[in-house]
Structures are given as C-alpha cells and as structure tokens.
Design a protein around this ligand. Structure first.
Ligand code: ADP
Length: 499
C-alpha cells in the first residue's frame, strides 16, 4: 500500500552524520523504520564539519546548485551517501556556511548568519530534487531550521507544478527554539513580505521560522502525546500556543521510538561487556569499568551510582540537580555527569566535582562513547526536566537496566510509569512539582528499592523488556503521510479545475 509513498525527510542534524541531541537520533533512525514499511524515503541535512570528519563514503550528486539568498545566488554542492539500511542521504555542502566547529553556534551564542545558513539549506533541499527529477509526495521537516520549507511550498512555489501536489509535515522537537529574526532580514529568506503578518510568519515584531512551519505545513506533529496537549497551553506554548490551538485538528502527538541498533547493551559497540536481562554480569563489569575510568572511589562498585547525560540548560533541570548534589553525596551515592551547554552550569558542576572528587565526576563536552558507557555503567538515570517534548535518554536507560527518575512532564510522563513497591508495577520514579524536595524524595525512594536487591532486580528486568522500538510510531507517520498526500492531491485537482 505504501510502496509508492515518496518522502523527503529534512532535518538540521541526523545521526551518525551530525548530532547535538535527540533530533539527530530521530532523523537517523525513523527513516530506516519508514523504509522497512515500504516508504521511499530520502534524508537531507547540511554537510557540517562534523559530518566531514566522519569520513563517510560519498559521491557528488550535483555540483554548483544555485540557491537564492536575498538578491544573491549562492552555489553549493550536494553529496550523496546512504545509511546502513540503504536510505539515501543528501549532504548539502557550502563550506563557508557549514564547515565550522559547531552546528548552530558557540557557548557565547548562535552563529550570526544562521538565517543565511538555514535559508540556504532549506531552499537547496527543495531545488535539488527538482534538479535531479526526484518527485516526492511529502516533505517532512523538523524544527525551526527547516520551518521555511512548508512556507516556500505554500507561497514562493505555489504556482510551480513540480511542487503543487507536495504535502508538508512539520515536527516540533522543541518549541523553545523558535528561529527568531528581525523583520528587516525577511528578504534574505525570500518569503514574500505579504506573509509578514500575525497570521503568517510574524511573531511579535520579528519573524519566526518555527512559526513558518506551524502556519504553512499541512500537518504538525510533536514527539509525544502529552507534549502535544501541553504546547497548546500558555504555560508550555512559549507564545506559539495560540497558533497551535487554532491548528489543533492538524496537530498529532507521535511518540519517538528508540534506535535499538545503536542503543542495546547486548550489542553496543561503545561498551566492552555486553549484557541482557538473562545475563547481567556484563552490567556489573561496565559499572566497575566506568568507576575506574572516571576515578570514583572503589566502594561505589557496591553503592548506587546516579548519572545524567544531557545538554546543560535550564530546560533540562540542571539548576535542580546543582542544588542537590551535596545531598546525593550525603546519601553515599556516586554521581556521574556528562554534558555541555550553558557556562554557568558547566562551572557549577565542575566546582562540585572538584569539591567531592571521590563521589562526583563531571565531564564537560559531547562524547557519544562515554554517553553509552554511562548508560551501561550506572544504576539510576536522572532526567529532572522543566519541560520535555519526548526525551530519549530515559528510554535508552530502561534498555540498559538503569532506572530512570524523571519529572512528570511531556514525553517523560508518557514513557515512565511510577514504580509501586506493593504491586511491583512501574518502570521508574517520577516527581511532579519542579522543586528540589520532590526530586530528592524520589531519589531516596529509588535508593530504598536499590537496597532491596530482589525488588531492584525485578524493576531492572521489567525496564529492560519494555519496547519502544520505532515500528508502531513509524506506522503512525505513514498513516499521516497518506492522509496529507490524499488531501494535497485533492486540493491540487480542485485548484486545477478553478484555473
Ligand atoms: P534533547 O534532544 O532535548 O537534547 P533527548 O533526550 O531527546 O534530549 O536526546 C539527547 C540525546 O543527546 C541522547 O542521545 C543523549 O545521549 C545525547 N547527548 C546529550 N548530551 C550529550 C553529551 N554531552 N555527550 C554525548 N551525548 C549527549
């Protein structure tokens, strides 16, 4: 049935080519799941330095593609590679825009020319298939960096027969990043000035590329059912709740899946001792290895070790964790943190690590291998987010027999069930109020269960057997693609009749 569905899947990052967070995990694994369901899916992302350094085998698909930016035309190349599962991946190459140390900016702030960078990518990603004659039914865009694409389809290219029956789907991975720019730069992205109004791309005297995605896409999705409800409220909508309420019939919450080819302790290439629910010896070895690697005291081999792998940002609850590090040390638990982000959190965590070197290890930076070793080598994973669209680390933690303690918000609430010692039901621990007391209470609850070894082992096993693979959610995307394609064809035909 889905044989002929052709999808262009565009994101600003996709694993393993370039990654700063969960978007890359999704863009790196959902297309493979879609292919398995018979979709002809192709992925596009910028050719950053990070992707170059991965030394992927590529071939040049197009040289000197001309891309309009303001009054200029920039030339760029498109390289083609493919995922291990055979999904074609297009890397949009323009050295002065993408060959940089980071994807979006430095700790001091965003790159000054992000509008030019993502205008180039968005525009090139639409012009390239036309140039090579790849017809697609649906363009699936992700987050503000690709928000211009649905706007181009509905405005600039409305009359272009190549795009007239293309439907667009826009996925919100995080509504907090809105791609805001001053109105005098509108000409750079090429969206007609007539669209600069509150029903279009304008957002409080600026324009927002995220809003462009929300206004012009045929369907909007976000990455968990609960977050899809939350973002329609002023508390979580970050100013976009009005437009989302208006579009609520086109808004879907589809839970992210986990890529168990990368995140599975039985096969993980980043860990040396593999394990599974039926043989957990490897986890003990992973824990001993991590304690040695990070220089924690030997006694933690038998004591609970807690950890977090995260962007260090207020969204992720870094401020809550900073405040209770000394309480965790007081409970004689170890703490391992891997993260990068805001200077102030980096400094505060490093200070605590130097004060308690035997109990607290802090690594600042982005390290995929260490992230996996932490997942395998600790007992309890902390995700105290202020808000969380889906969150993937708590899902990975379950698979690694590492018990999550999460704040009951967004996808964290959808994916983790509170453990009930009487019934033995549940997969982790949750707190509702965003406050240190509530967080610490759940840590203490978890430590109580940790001391009760048989209870802990049952909890670990239940988590490891939970299944968050992509199959179900990928099926939901396919149904949605079918639906928007049907609508686009009908609209295209009725537009045709009118002319
Ligand atoms: P978000 O996308 O909001 O950052 P998610 O939980 O959806 O959060 O995804 C985070 C992803 O990024 C996970 O794969 C996690 O392991 C990874 N990650 C986050 N910070 C780091 C880091 N410092 N080093 C390595 N991986 C990291």
């Amino acid at each position: 049935m889905t044989e002929s569905l052709r999808v262009l899947f565009l994101a600003s990052e996709a694993a393993p080519y370039a990654k700063t967070g969960g978007l890359a995990d999704v863009a790196g694994s959902l297309p493979n799941a879609l292919k398995k369901l018979g979709v002809d899916v192709r992925v596009g992302l910028p050719f950053y330095r990070m992707a170059k350094e991965g030394n992927f085998q590529t071939r040049k698909a197009v040289s000197g593609l001309e891309v309009p930016i303001g009054n200029a035309r920039l030339r760029g190349d498109v390289l083609e590679t493919s995922t291990e599962e055979g999904v074609p991946v297009y890397l949009f190459d323009r050295e002065d825009l993408f060959d940089r140390p980071n994807l979006y900016g430095t700790p001091e702030g965003d790159y000054y020319d992000n509008l030019e960078r993502f205008t180039f990518f968005s525009h090139a990603a639409l012009l390239f298939p036309k140039k090579v004659g790849f017809h697609f039914d649906v363009v699936h865009c992700h987050d503000w960096q690709t928000g211009l694409i649905p706007a181009y389809v509905k405005t600039l290219y409305r009359a272009d027969s190549y795009f007239s029956s293309v439907a667009s789907v826009f996925t919100i991975h995080n509504i907090g990043y809105q791609g805001l720019f001053p109105p005098d730069r509108l000409h750079t992205c090429g969206v007609p000035v007539t669209e600069f109004n509150p029903d279009g791309i304008e957002f409080w005297d600026k324009f927002s590329l995220l809003k462009a995605g929300l206004v012009y896409a045929d369907a909007i999705t976000t990455v968990s059912p609960r977050y899809s409800r939350e973002i329609q409220t002023p508390e979580f909508g970050m100013g976009m709740d009005g437009i989302l309420r208006k579009r609520s019939t086109d808004l879907y919450g589809i839970l992210n899946g986990a890529d168990y080819t990368s995140w599975n302790p039985a096969t993980d290439r980043h860990i040396t001792d593999h394990y599974s629910p039926s043989n957990m010896r490897g986890k003990r070895k992973c824990k001993a290895g991590l304690i040695k690697e990070l220089g924690l005291h030997q006694r933690f081999v038998d004591r609970p070790v807690l950890g977090m792998v995260s962007r260090l940002a207020a969204q992720k609850g870094s401020d809550l964790l900073v405040q209770i590090v000394e309480d965790i040390v007081g409970l004689d638990a170890g703490l391992v943190i891997l993260g990068a982000g805001e200077d102030k959190y980096q400094a505060l965590f490093l200070e605590l690590a130097s004060k308690y070197p035997e109990s607290v290890s802090v690594t600042i930076g982005f390290d995929e291998g260490l992230a996996h070793r932490i997942m395998a080598g600790i007992d309890i994973f902390l995700v105290p987010s202020r808000y969380e669209p889906c969150g993937l680390t708590q899902i990975y933690a379950l698979k690694y027999g590492t018990i999550p303690i999460v704040r009951a918000t967004g996808g964290l609430d959808d994916t983790i069930q509170q453990f009930d010692q009487n019934s033995g039901e549940g997969t982790g621990f949750k707190f509702v109020q965003y406050e240190t007391g509530a967080f610490l209470d759940q840590i203490k609850e978890a430590l109580k269960v940790f001391e009760d070894r048989p209870g802990w082992i049952r909890l670990v096993e239940r988590g490891m057997r939970a299944d968050f693979s992509w199959e179900k959610s990928a099926g939901e995307y396919v149904s949605l693609y079918e639906e928007v394609r049907k609508r686009a064809i009908t609209n295209g035909e009725s537009n045709g009749k009118k002319v």
